[in-house]
Design a protein around this ligand. Structure first.
Ligand SMILES: *Cc1c(COP(=O)(O)O)cnc(C)c1O
Ligand SMILES: [Zn+2]
Length: 417
């Protein structure tokens, strides 16, 4: 039975045998039927609240998997009025750093780990040396393998858990390796074309279930960012949702969420518009948008930008993200590193959020969209802050003023004056 469909040519296929269509584009789960019956749930936490739209099983809504996967999602959505003036709109922030490993990747990893546990898989894999690597390692480590087990046999023996395999580039830094290694996955440093590796891991007969950046399970889990945003705004909708884009997986998932909500009759046709932001140093999707191209093609740009989490010269779901922006009346744009760093500083100084530079591209992009008249001051705009900045603080910054304990009262009085 086919349960995957291609957004572009409509061809169908069966999971987990295939992950990409013969036309070259990525496949996603075909949820048309379940979406048409969907209504806002009255129970369920985190990503499992939307189990009716996930390829795991609706029983997960009332009985979510145990372990860290249960903690994915349900992140705060907050108004950031202090930034309205400089953002040129009414700004909302979706704080994805609240996920267990500090980024939205946990939404897809949690669904991937739950599916793999249920399917009796022994290995969950990914191609990443950043947030996704940590997230897959943590979710595999934490999944309760008896999750959703039909009850015939408990897999309690030592070594019966779900193992994680993380494929990293040969020259990975010690810092990145340490962040991943704490969850004790199997790590392999792979030499050769790291971009090709993504495709090499998608073979149907692989003993490892790979949840790469835009694979069907990951996209299914990552739909829940937008489902949460739309549920919070329901029965109205935000005017725009803005997110950083790299592989195009999260962007595709956001579009998928809107399509499903429309099929369910829970969202009007014209809102929200989807805007995706890249770093100017590496912006193949934005370039295709500017040039009005049909397809995103690999760029020869270097992947060197402060927004390292979104530097992808050959995004596997680039064309799908481009299509999503156009279909919703949005756009794909890029912002230079200095504007990204300004936005990052302002998010901390005026809203209290410490984010990765990749996540700060949203505010930098919103400023450009407001300047060009694409956003109005009374537009409700949600910036998705995709990942925490706590992992990469610069230890060489200027030290603050020092004070003797005995002099502290004088200092406090001086402050208050
Ligand atoms: C992975 C990631 C992105 C990009 O998401 P894609 O689905 O690859 O487009 C953006 N921000 C952060 C912090 C990430 O970890
Ligand atoms: Zn196709």
């Amino acid at each position: 039975m086919s349960n995957l469909v291609c957004y572009r040519c409509g061809a169908t296929a069966t999971f987990p045998d295939r992950k990409r269509c013969e036309c070259g584009e990525p496949l996603w789960f075909d949820t048309e039927e379940s979406a048409s019956r969907f209504s806002w749930p009255d129970s369920g936490t985190g990503v499992w609240r939307y189990a009716d739209l996930l390829p795991v099983g609706s029983s997960d809504r009332t009985k979510p998997p145990g372990g860290v996967a249960a903690a994915a999602g349900a992140t705060p959505l907050v108004r950031a009025a202090n930034l309205d003036e400089s953002a040129g709109c009414r700004l909302w922030l979706k704080d994805e750093s609240e996920n267990p490993t500090g980024s939205f990747k946990d939404r897809g990893s949690a669904v991937g780990a739950a599916w793999a546990a249920r399917a009796g898989k022994r290995w969950l894999g990914t191609v990443s040396h950043g947030n996704m690597a940590m997230s897959v390692a943590a979710n595999a480590a934490g999944i309760d393998v008896n999750t959703g087990n039909t009850g015939d046999s408990d897999r309690e023996e030592e070594g019966d858990g779900l193992n994680a395999l993380v494929l990293v580039p040969e020259d990975i830094s010690g810092e990145r390796l340490a962040a991943i290694a704490q969850y004790s996955p199997e790590v392999l440093r792979v030499s050769g074309d790291y971009g090709r590796l993504y495709y090499e891991t998608l073979a149907a007969d692989s003993p490892v279930e790979f949840v790469n950046s835009d694979t069907p399970l990951r996209v299914a889990g990552q739909k829940t960012t937008a489902l949460e945003i739309c549920e919070a705004f329901s029965p109205t909708a935000p005017d725009a949702i803005v997110l950083p884009v790299s592989s195009g997986g999260h962007a595709s998932a956001t579009w998928k969420a809107l399509r499903e909500l429309r099929a369910a009759g829970l969202l009007d046709a014209d809102l929200p518009r989807l805007y995706f932001v890249q770093a100017a140093a590496c912006d193949p999707i934005a370039e295709a948008y500017r040039e009005e191209a049909e397809d995103v093609t690999k760029t020869e740009q270097s992947e060197s930008t402060v927004a390292y989490s979104i530097a992808n010269a050959d995004p596997p779901s680039g064309t799908r993200a481009l299509t999503a922006a156009r279909a919703t009346g949005g756009a794909v744009l890029s912002v230079p590193d200095d504007e990204i760093l300004d936005a990052k500083a302002d998010l901390a100084r005026k809203a209290g959020f410490c984010v990765e530079p990749a996540s700060a591209t949203t505010l930098a992009g919103i400023r450009r969209l407001a300047d060009s008249g694409e956003l109005d001051p009374d537009d409700e705009v949600v910036a998705v802050l995709t990942g925490t900045g706590f992992r990469e603080l610069d230890a060489d910054g200027e030290k603050p003023e020092a004070v003797e304990l005995a002099d502290l009262p004088d200092h406090l009085r001086a402050l208050a004056d």
